[in-house]
Design a binder for this molecule. Structure first.
Ligand code: DAH
Length: 350
């Protein structure tokens, strides 16, 4: 091996031993730097005669190119290794399960309210919403329940300071005040017709929402839901109540064999009044009467408070408990579970 081949060989070995770019640059300086071996050889050419300078120069140049090639190859190898190490360190495991945002869903009672609205909507009922902080007048007095009426004692509620007959002063104990609120608005809208003695379009509405009472056990929560229903016209009878409510219950529970019972009862705002019980033809609750609503023919005093003549206008009302309907539909026996906010329980209804 001649002197130059040996030089190329030792440069290649030096480069191979360099494990970092800095090491490699130091090794390069030994051969190609200002006083490196190749540079020194080039300088030595100056002293040679022209012909020899040419041939010797070409050979040195070849060696220089070989050294540069080895240097570049090693540079590339070190860069590749570095990239490789970096990729390894920052590796993404694309087989890991993704982080989902988690899908929300409606509360079981909201699902029931949607169902109720859908069914009554298909029977031509509007949906009305009203205030939860209500006045004594709408919650009691206008519903034929004057102050000191014994029926008020079953509706103990949360009162706020102040309040007048019409200014809000309590948390509503039922959705029945919406009968008055909605009817008064309706009457206002059709005032011109009424004044002219023309028939007014019927009032047909449900009013779902939150209600409050001082009550708490497995089947009562201080906050609970009700859904009011009201149908007022010139010829709306108790028979219509039976048809509408029976149809509703059978659709809601998806059972044509569901049996209903209208049990005589008392409410100040209806006369006659009935509590509505249902009985499932099969399943774990079969054979038991389960109360689901209060109802009746709207009392003439209430019709009057709506701004209508009870001699001309007549109809029925009902108030049911969507929480109870939800418990019956899903077989839940503790109402409080719905309002504890435990997602493990609530997500079962999606
Ligand atoms: N508001 C009554 C209650 O909470 C339920 C009720 C009974 C509503 C009869 C009505 C009705 O509309 O006609 O106990």
């Amino acid at each position: 091996m001649n002197e130059l081949d040996a030089l190329v060989e030792s440069a290649a070995q030096g480069f191979a031993q360099a494990t970092t770019p800095a090491d490699l640059e130091n090794a390069k300086a030994l051969y190609l730097g200002k006083s490196g071996r190749i540079t020194e050889l080039m300088k030595g050419l100056a002293a040679l005669p022209v012909e020899e300078k040419k041939t010797r120069g070409a050979v040195i140049n070849q060696a220089k190119q070989a050294i540069e090639a080895a240097l570049n190859a090693r540079r590339q190898a070190l860069a590749d290794a570095e990239l490789e190490a970096q990729l390894k360190a920052e590796a993404l495991d694309v087989s890991l399960p993704g982080r989902s945002l988690g899908q929300g869903g409606l509360h079981p009672v909201s699902l029931t309210l949607e169902r109720i609205e859908g069914i009554f909507g298909s029977m031509g009922f509007d949906v009305a919403q009203g205030p939860e902080i209500e006045s004594d007048w709408f919650n009691f007095t206008a519903l034929n329940t004057p102050e000191d009426h014994p029926a008020r004692s079953m509706h103990d509620t949360f009162y706020v300071e102040g309040g007048t007959q019409t200014a809000p002063n309590l948390l509503r104990t039922h959705t029945s005040p919406m009968q008055i609120r909605h009817a008064v608005q309706h009457v206002q809208r059709y005032k011109a017709l009424l004044d002219a003695g023309e028939p007014m379009p019927e009032i047909r509405v449900i009013a779902p929402g939150r209600t409050y009472r001082v009550d708490s056990d497995a089947t009562h929560s201080p906050m609970f839901h009700q859904c009011e229903g009201l149908w007022i016209g010139t010829n709306v009878s108790f028979k219509d109540l039976k048809v509408v409510f029976t149809d509703f219950c059978r659709t809601f529970f998806e059972s044509d064999d569901l049996v209903l019972r209208f049990r005589p009862s008392f409410f100040p705002f209806t006369e006659p009044s009935a509590e509505i019980d249902i009985q499932f033809p099969s399943g774990p609750l079969a054979g038991r009467w389960l109360e689901v609503a209060g109802s009746g023919q709207v009392h003439p005093n209430v019709v009057r408070n709506m701004g209508l003549d009870p001699e001309k206008y007549i109809g029925f009302a009902f108030g049911m408990g969507p929480d109870r309907l939800t418990m019956l539909r899903y077989g839940v026996n503790d109402l409080r579970l719905f309002f504890d906010g435990d997602v493990r329980f609530l997500s079962q209804f999606q």
